[in-house]
Structures are given as structure tokens and as C-alpha cells.
Write a protein that binds this ligand. Structure first.
Ligand SMILES: [Zn+2]
Length: 105
């Protein structure tokens, strides 16, 4: 089982660090490192070298990986970070729901 409690595509809120309070979608999950990359969060500046002729090098901004423990799943209905529980939906599939309002996440 992976240590990372979020999945790619989840909306999460940052709960600590410089981007505390920001929300974004999980773009990449790295279970081996216990890290995630969240769209628009933890932007870092990278210096890029031109790889081939005609390519422009320079400075680009990109999302940096951050520890998954710094983010919590965000419930759009409660408008706050939440914990999840697992429940079977009408089709009998196991889904993740918000522990506060019961909305499917
Ligand atoms: Zn909720």
C-alpha cells in the first residue's frame, strides 16, 4: 500500500509551508518518495539549458515536488481540507467520501 493518501487528479489543499492555504490538482504522485506535485503550487524556478540548436534556454517556472504530508484532500462542498472515509456507492463501488459532508471525492 502506498503511503501517499492522495491520487493524481485529486484537489488538495496545502496545510503547511509557504503555499499554505493554496489549492490545486495533484499532477504527479511519487509513492516511493512520498511526494506529490500539485498544479500551481510550490512553484520553483528552473534554469533550462538549450538542448538542441534553435532551442531557447532560460528560466522556467515549474511545480516542485513536495511531501504528501503537507497536503490534505480538499472538499469543494465544505470548502475546507478534509479527511476521507471509504463507502460503497449505489453501484456497490468503493468510493472515497468526505468525512464531514459525505460528498464523493
Ligand atoms: Zn465535505
Amino acid at each position: 500500500m502506498s503511503k501517499v493518501h492522495v491520487r493524481r487528479g485529486d484537489t488538495v489543499m496545502v496545510i503547511s509551508g509557504k503555499d499554505k492555504g493554496k489549492t490545486g490538482k495533484v499532477a504527479v504522485v511519487s509513492p516511493t518518495e512520498g511526494k506529490v506535485i500539485v498544479e500551481g503550487v510550490n512553484m520553483v524556478t528552473k534554469h533550462v539549458k538549450p538542448r538542441k540548436q534553435g532551442d531557447q534556454g532560460g528560466i522556467v517556472k515549474a511545480e516542485g515536488a513536495m511531501y504528501a504530508s503537507k497536503v490534505m484532500l480538499y472538499c469543494a462542498k465544505c470548502k475546507k481540507p478534509t479527511r476521507i472515509s471509504k463507502k460503497a456507492n449505489k453501484k456497490g463501488e468503493l468510493v472515497r467520501v468526505c468525512t464531514h459532508c459525505g460528498a464523493e471525492l
